[in-house]
Design a protein around this ligand. Structure first.
Ligand code: MN3
Length: 190
């Protein structure tokens, strides 16, 4: 029910408000949203909040899949996809260190926001967090790069099930991470 309300109520509002903002500000919605986010400082706060909100949630849904035991990215990767493990080891030393740093980014984000795994301009994997609906694609963001994994840590993402226990929500989230989507974005990054 937590996810159902998140999807059908919270996230759909961003989508609707983005359409309104795009119409008001003459943005062609057929173009990739990434192009607008990269120049978001030129647009309104409504565009920033809802453009980010729509993009982030569309990523978030795809970052998850039904729960499976032993959920990990590295177990059965075809040989050609070993680059993902190399990139994680290069960026963080180990998969466990990566997971801890990512979880900490979500736990330590004060108030509403997102935790991110992203690739910087040198294609090095980095972890960070953003406030509100900002993301690493935005020109106003403190962290900049191409997002690979997104975790919503707004209270609306977990409060119904976890109440104040954001850390438990994040710890359990690892059971449903869709590593295939992570891989797809990693390849898309080029
Ligand atoms: Mn949300």
């Amino acid at each position: 029910m937590t996810m159902e309300i998140h999807y059908s109520k919270h996230a759909s509002a961003y989508s609707k408000n983005l359409k309104d903002a795009a119409q008001a500000e003459g943005v062609d919605m057929n173009k990739p949203l990434e192009e607008v986010l990269a120049r978001i400082s030129k647009y309104s706060a409504k565009m920033r909040n809802n453009g980010g909100g729509h993009y982030n949630h569309e990523m978030f849904w795809q970052c998850m899949r039904p729960k499976q035991t032993g959920n990990a990215p590295m177990g059965n990767l075809p040989a050609g996809q070993a680059s993902l493990q190399v990139a994680i080891d290069k960026g963080f030393g180990s998969f466990d260190t990566f997971k801890k740093q990512f979880a900490d980014a979500g736990k330590n984000r004060f108030g509403s926001g997102w935790a991110w795994l992203y690739a910087d301009n040198n294609k090095m994997l980095k972890i960070g967090s953003s406030p509100n609906q900002d993301n690493p694609l935005m020109d106003i963001s403190d962290i900049k790069g191409f997002p690979l994994l997104a975790l919503d840590v707004w209270e609306h993402a977990y409060y119904l099930k976890y109440q104040n226990k954001r850390a438990d929500y994040i710890d359990n989230w690892w059971n449903v991470v869709n590593w295939d989507y992570f891989q797809i974005r990693f390849v898309k990054m080029g």
